[in-house]
Design a protein around this ligand. Structure first.
Ligand code: ADP
Ligand code: MG
Length: 419
């Protein structure tokens, strides 16, 4: 790959130049209050480096999924937006984190954005309103997306540049992620560059033994990654809600546990094909209802009674998984082992995470991918620096590991563009 980085751009000099930055500032909000500013904090260094070097920085970001009822193209008229999805609280928090004033434009590429961009002086930071307020951002029509990309580039005077720093969105072919890169000199920001480096380590010449731990709710979400990684790794540990479809595939009764009937055949095939690679739990913590205060007990996977559901892996399984992980030199973990949101069913996720942290302490390279897995690390009070890397983009890292081309990365790669 031939991708230029932020360092290259700073080397060329950015003083007085307008730099469009795509960041991932899609933070969880509760009634207008940011409940986890993680993505804002992670995005700050790239923005800060540009502002410090005297660039006029225009940040593009989205929040949630604005609905565009019956309108596929054109501008969303100002004011016709869900105010709950305004970036206003994000602008305030970003300013606080950067320690400098962050202006918020009242629109995406409208009058206010244009006027404010013209008024920028060196070192200023302007955040455009939620880029997805403009329906062209996510349009499937190339011409519509290109039109928005052109309007974004119109905010830039003279020799501007584009920095892609929202790793969580690089798997999306969207105007501010993909199309702008074709119109301006383009660079990978710190976050994107770091993520790509990590993912390359998980796919090329990875140190062995290589263990992958998969959990979470649905097999269907993880099927492509299982198929891509199973042939390449030494062990594939499976837990979480997706595990019960594998149990059902062995003809074992799963009670009311999560089970995807339509995936049973596929799971059966995977278990046969990768018998020496796949490891599954032998005991589980079951509950009589899906709730934090449900009645619970630990049983063998062969003994899940009717009416009960598995909400966590059991202590024997944690022990066995920990033994496997302790010898690993490369570990990729995606998906909690149980419903960690309920303290009663968090021990499996915590135990496996601690085993990965221990392996990391002994020199393993470990990566956590997936929004809920990263949230589990924080919620369970585990040290974030106990892992080599916690990915900021769950969907994007999975697609990369599945071997898919990420549009937002290939658009930065001049070899791909020329070739
Ligand atoms: P990630 O975001 O890390 O990729 P997923 O989105 O695939 O993870 O899955 C996370 C969700 O899976 C969590 O909300 C968790 O409660 C749920 N989950 C884990 N184990 C079970 C289970 N046994 N039954 C139902 N849900 C489960
Ligand atoms: Mg998730």
């Amino acid at each position: 790959m031939a991708v230029k980085t932020l360092e290259d751009l700073l080397g060329e000099g950015v003083e007085g130049r307008t730099v469009l930055v795509r960041s991932d500032l899609n933070v969880p909000l509760d009634n207008g209050t940011i409940t986890d500013p993680g993505r804002i904090i992670a995005s700050a260094p790239t923005i800060s480096a540009l502002a410090e070097a005297g660039a006029k920085v225009i940040v593009m970001a989205h929040l949630g999924r604005p609905v565009h009822s019956g309108r596929s193209a054109g501008f969303a008229p100002a004011g016709d937006w869900d105010p709950a999805l305004s970036l206003a609280p994000v602008a305030a928090k970003l300013g606080e984190v950067l320690g400098r004033n962050v202006q918020l434009a009242g629109d995406v590429v409208g009058q206010d954005a244009l006027a404010r961009s013209e008024g920028l002086t060196d070192g200023d930071v302007l955040l455009l309103e939620n880029i997805r307020f403009d329906p062209r951002e996510t349009s499937k029509d190339d011409a519509e997306r290109e039109a928005l990309a052109k309007a974004l580039v119109d905010l830039v005077d003279g020799d501007g540049a584009f920095v892609s720093d929202g790793f969580g969105v690089v798997h999306r072919k969207q105007a501010s992620v993909y199309d702008v890169a074709k119109l301006l000199p383009h660079y990978a920001g710190n976050l994107v560059a770091a993520e790509v480096e990590v993912l390359q380590k998980l796919t090329q010449d990875s140190e062995r033994p290589y263990a992958v731990v998969l959990g979470g709710s649905k097999v269907s979400d993880k099927l492509a990654v299982i198929e891509a990684l199973a042939p390449k790794v030494d062990t594939l540990v499976i837990g979480g809600g997706m595990y019960y479809t594998f149990l059902a595939a062995q003809g074992i009764s799963v009670g009311n546990s999560l089970c995807q009937e339509e995936m049973i055949g596929t799971c059966k095939e995977l278990l046969e094909r990768y018998a020496d690679v796949i490891h599954i739990p032998q005991d589980v913590v079951i509950a009589d209802s899906f709730s934090a205060d449900a009645e619970s007990k630990t049983v063998s996977v062969l003994e899940i009674p009717d009416g009960w559901m598995g909400l966590d892996i059991g202590p024997q399984s944690v022990k066995r998984f920990a033994a496997i992980l302790s010898g690993a030199k490369t570990v990729f973990w995606n998906g909690p082992m149980g419903v960690f949101e309920f303290p009663k069913f968090a021990a499996g996720t915590k135990g496996v995470a601690e085993a990965i942290i221990e392996a990391t302490g002994k020199g393993a390279f470990s990566v956590v991918g997936g929004g809920d897995s990263a949230a589990a690390v924080r919620q369970l009070g585990l040290p974030e620096d106990g892992f080599s890397h916690i990915s900021t983009g769950g969907g994007a890292s999975l697609e990369y590991l599945e071997g898919k081309t990420l549009p937002g990365i290939s658009a930065l790669d001049d070899q791909t563009l020329e070739g």
